[in-house]
Design a binder for this molecule. Structure first.
Ligand SMILES: Cc1cc2nc3c(=O)[nH]c(=O)nc-3n(C[C@H](O)[C@H](O)[C@H](O)COP(=O)(O)OP(=O)(O)OC[C@H]3O[C@@H](n4cnc5c(N)ncnc54)[C@H](O)[C@@H]3O)c2cc1C
Length: 386
């Protein structure tokens, strides 16, 4: 068995890799290194429950004792600066550490588009960001949000429900344009507008000042603060500097190994072959980070070389609507809305993804059927087979 495994990044996927290694029976040394000061915690509640309540007590992925009990050496507040692949060592501030296998789980950071005055914006990525944002929210009346994706909209929904004036400026023609059908985008735009949020589509932001934001067409939106939620970029610099293959993320094969057989990569920072189409994809979801980690742990402990095949799924809570997506559609896939509001994404007659709102049953049934490897067709849904 491998002697010493080092995991870089103590977020959702890094944590899961460490936990799954122990569950699989790995008894070697595990060192889990994370830049943030906290033990691994869940990010999804930062823009949902935590933003409402400020209760950080529920965020930890495991109680502090878990790491000692499972002999996982957790190094918090520690940044890995470099990888020496030939020597199989990583560099941290004043020491270097050997690895027999290295797992890169470095996640993403906020994308910073070319907008002047970005230093006046706030981020929502870490617990520290979320705590600062809550403080600002308590003092603000008017809020601007750059980006009508999941995080911007979840935050907008919480802020609006708390009585703030909220303007969301989205550069694209529709909300959540990378992730859902145009039908679902339209429904959510209406939902947010019904709540009283000012949704501006096809409205790139040109500048941010301490008084608000200016759209590309010159419109001024006054705001006490502006949240930057225009997407993320993967943290690939460590891998790039070490000469690993990098595309829109650290490139891994079907078993989630990088171009170096001693290094795996997972989660938000990794791009991997989509089992359904073979195209390289990078997903930003708890599901991908968790399932990647489990597969890597199993491969390292048991030698199982099975290809990654997990069904992608995702959720987003916006006001009292829970959007759930099972499967993975390409932008060009068709979309058809069923009478109950479910949206099927289709390649010909084959269902590639299913979008539901407040319909956990349909979501779970779809995941189950997709997980069994069934090819689902529109007919399966129309005749309520799924
Ligand atoms: C506000 C918010 C809401 C979200 N909501 C949802 C949701 O509803 N559903 C969903 O599925 N997903 C959601 N996500 C996305 C989800 O949290 C991520 O997909 C998931 O955390 C990815 O896990 P990861 O391990 O790849 O990366 P992360 O959890 O981001 O962890 C990466 C860690 O690596 C650390 N790191 C990076 N570089 C280094 C280095 N050189 N040295 C040491 N440490 C380093 C980072 O500091 C970070 O802690 C949300 C994300 C955010 C920010």
């Amino acid at each position: 068995m491998i002697g010493q495994i080092v995991i870089v990044g103590a977020g959702q996927g890094g944590f899961q890799a460490a936990a799954s290694l122990r569950q699989e029976g790995y008894d070697g040394r595990i060192i889990l290194i994370g830049e943030e000061p906290e033990a691994p915690y869940q990010r999804p509640p930062l823009s949902k429950a935590y933003m409402k309540t400020g209760d950080a007590g529920q965020l930890a992925l495991r109680p502090a004792a878990f790491y000692d009990t499972n002999a996982i050496e957790l190094r918090k507040g520690t940044r890995v600066d470099a990888i020496d692949r030939r020597a199989q060592r990583i560099q941290i501030a004043d020491e270097d550490l050997a690895y027999d296998h290295l797992i890169l789980a470095t996640g993403t950071r906020n994308m910073r588009p070319p907008i002047s005055g970005l230093e006046h914006t706030r981020d929502l990525r870490t617990l520290a960001d979320a705590a600062a944002l809550r403080d600002a929210l308590a003092r603000a009346e008017r809020i601007g949000v750059i980006g009508g994706g999941f995080i911007g909209l979840e935050f907008a929904a919480v802020a609006r429900a708390a009585g703030h004036h909220v303007t969301v400026a989205e550069a694209g023609a529709r909300l959540m344009g990378r992730a859902v059908s145009s039908q679902m985008s339209d429904r959510f735009a209406q939902k947010h507008r019904d709540m009283g949020t000012d949704i501006r589509l096809a409205s790139p932001v040109a500048a941010v000042t301490p008084d608000g934001m200016t759209l590309a067409d010159g419109t001024q939106i006054s705001a006490d603060f502006v949240l930057l939620a225009a997407g993320v970029v993967p943290n690939v610099e460590l891998a790039l500097d070490a000469g690993l293959d990098v595309d829109n993320g650290i490139v891994v094969g079907s078993t989630l190994l990088t171009s170096d057989p001693s290094i795996s990569a997972l989660g938000d920072c990794a791009c991997f072959p989509d089992p359904a189409t073979g195209r390289l994809v990078r997903l930003e979801s708890v599901q991908a980070a968790t399932d990647h980690a489990r597969l890597i742990a199993k491969r390292l402990v048991t030698g199982d070389q099975s290809a990654y095949r997990a069904v992608p799924w995702f959720w987003s809570d916006q006001s009292d609507w829970k959007l759930q997506i099972a499967g993975l559609a390409e932008a060009t896939d068709a979309a058809e809305t069923l009478p109950d509001g479910t949206v099927l994404r289709l390649k010909g007659d084959q269902v590639t993804a299913v979008e539901t709102v407040n319909n956990a049953r349909a979501h779970m049934r779809t995941r189950k059927a997709m997980g069994q490897g069934s090819i689902l067709t529109k007919e399966d849904f129309v005749s309520a087979q799924v």
